[in-house]
Design a protein around this ligand. Structure first.
Ligand code: G6P
Ligand code: ZN
Length: 555
């Protein structure tokens, strides 16, 4: 029989959850009590609102370095706090969307919440990043009033409760029961993919998808970037839909993601980008027809066609415009939404459909409230996140299935293969095109980044157009979120400056450029946005203030 001990501890600086939980270098997380303190702070927050004792929670993550160690610690703290049962994915593997499905639906949605161990698209390994966040009972990230409370606990904590149970074997499925202070504590190691795959089968028409992917003139290339989407992609695309395994690349989750950035964008998913012939000299080569990648925890996605990149902002607009392709949306869309810096492409779709279009701050949690209130069906962010109200996280594998559903639908009565590029171009014909580009200045000095924002605020009055600091009032609970980015808007274009909330060190400044064109649909992005970028560089003096020569990443 195990007992519970109260262990004295002191607050650890820097455990404030950002856009999506706490993300830190592994080296920082290795300090004593790091995981215990954060876990206890989450549980203290839960106990103020719900009954933790005897409850079921989910604990797992994206398979990155240190997750397995952290899981063992969390299990002991969970037992110490009298949690009744913990579901752990086999080997500690569950994608972020899969955790959301499990919290919402497994055993009728009995789980109280979950701890997800991921730093998303950040690199992994002993010298790279670790992350942890709490998701609430709706399956979505804890909203700000929770995360603020968690943070308050992290800075005032003086003890945590821990049970002296042994490490649990999480490599094989099954149930282990302990007696902790006379009460049962159960760990159930569950299949990582089954709940999620069943959910996808309830949303999409798998017969249509199978027919599409087995067409001899339609080849797909899926890159899991050695993240957690691998097992899901293999289960759905190989085992169920019959896509040859060699077309599903890097599908074995690795603790260090093979040394790469598990981030599905044009820079970090370079092998996929190359395979799709983007930027290639040879035109009309034998490139795959459809390319996709997901990030480390499988909530992000990038969609590519043959030599063609779909911007995330266009992607969500196309999905919303073609939701009839997906059985789950048979009743029509309740509303659509995007984060503020995301291009307004989806707004035009919403207007045409006559449904509400919501603009929210960056961070998926803001969509959750709208979904819970039954106001929102499809939403997306420029940061390669797309999803729907089937769960409360963005969903990378879902986005791939949604795109394939649209392609299948567009090909129903077609004499030639209607591919990704044709679908997007005809979308632009109908709605106009939002040229879009993002400059990232990663890991710059935090003071310099703040100074940049201050300088820009002081220039609001000299701008010939609308200039403001974006502030959001949630239409459901009326909570107000301030300082979500500086906007410079004219009738033709928008430039937005924003501080990232997901970095693990220093500060990252993002600058978002967007221009709407109703007629000129075939410009290069540089042609369309060049003069706006030149204006912005001069107006903001960003290079000088940040002491840089240019952005580190352009997408
Ligand atoms: C995470 C969140 C997204 C958000 C993104 C922004 O991925 O889940 O909802 O869009 O972070 O990151 P940033 O670095 O721009 O704050
Ligand atoms: Zn992610």
């Amino acid at each position: 029989m195990s007992t519970i001990q109260a262990v004295h501890t002191t607050p650890i600086q820097g455990q404030k959850p950002g856009t999506s939980g706490v993300r830190k270098k592994v080296t920082e997380v290795l300090q004593p009590h790091y995981i215990e303190n954060f876990t206890q702070s989450c549980f203290n927050t839960v106990k103020e609102r719900e009954v933790l004792e005897g409850s079921t929670i989910v604990v797992s993550g994206d398979g990155r370095y240190y997750n397995k160690t952290a899981i063992q610690t969390i299990l002991k703290v969970a037992a110490g706090n009298r949690v009744g049962r913990v579901w752990v994915g086999q080997n500690g593997i569950l994608s972020t969307p899969a955790v959301s499905v499990i919290i919402r639906e497994r055993e009728g949605g009995i789980a109280l919440g979950g701890l997800i161990l991921t730093a998303s698209h950040n690199p992994g390994g002993p010298n790279a990043d670790f992350g942890i966040k709490y998701n609430i009972g709706n399956g979505g990230p804890a909203p700000e009033d929770w995360t603020n409370r968690i943070y308050e606990h992290t800075i005032s904590i003086s003890e945590y409760s821990i049970a002296d149970i042994p490490d649990v074997d999480i490599s094989s499925l099954g149930r282990t029961e302990f007696q902790v202070d006379g009460r049962p504590f159960v760990v159930e190691v569950i299949d990582s993919t089954e709940d999620y795959v069943a959910k996808m089968q309830s949303i999409f028409n798998f017969d249509d998808l199978r027919a599409l992917v087995s067409r001899p003139d339609f080849k797909i290339h899926y890159d899991c970037l050695s993240g957690v989407s691998g097992p899901y992609a293999r289960h759905i695309f190989h085992r169920i839909l019959g896509v040859p395994l060699e077309q599903i690349k890097n599908s074995e989750p690795l603790e260090d993601f093979g040394g790469g950035h598990p981030d599905p964008n044009l820079v970090y998913a370079h092998d996929l980008v190359h395979a799709m012939g983007i930027g290639a000299e040879v035109q009309h080569g034998d490139y795959p027809d459809f390319g996709a990648a997901n990030d480390g925890d499988a909530d992000r996605n990038m969609i590519l066609g043959k030599q063609f990149f779909v911007t995330p902002s266009d992607s969500v607009a196309v999905l919303a415009a073609n939701s009839a392709a997906i059985p789950y949306f048979a009743g029509g869309l309740k509303g659509v939404a995007r984060s503020m810096p995301t291009s307004t492409a989806i707004d035009f779709v919403g207007q045409k459909l006559g449904i509400q279009v919501y603009e929210v701050p960056t961070g998926w949690k803001f969509f959750g409230n709208l979904m819970d209130a039954g106001r929102l069906s499809i939403c997306g962010e420029e940061s390669f996140g797309t999803g729907s109200d089937h769960i409360r996280e963005k969903d990378g594998v879902w986005a791939v299935l949604a795109w394939l559903s649209v392609i299948a639908y567009k090909n129903k009565n077609s004499d030639h293969l209607v591919g990704v590029e044709e679908i997007v171009r005809s979308h632009w014909q109908e709605y106009g095109r939002n040229y879009y580009m993002r400059y990232d200045y990663e890991n710059v000095d935090s003071n310099a980044a703040n100074q940049l924002m201050e300088t820009l605020k002081n220039k609001f009055s000299e701008f010939q157009g609308q200039a403001d600091s974006y502030e959001y009032t949630d239409p459901v609970d009326h909570s107000v979120t301030k300082n979500q980015g500086l906007r410079f808007i004219t009738p033709e274009w928008r430039v937005i400056y924003r501080l990232s909330g997901t970095g693990s060190s220093g500060a990252t400044v993002r600058v978002y450029y967007e221009k709407y064109e109703k007629v000129n649909l075939d410009l290069s992005t540089d042609q369309a946005l060049g003069s706006i970028i030149d204006w912005s560089l001069k107006f903001s003096d960003i290079n000088a203030i940040l002491s840089v020569t240019g952005p580190t990443v352009i997408t």
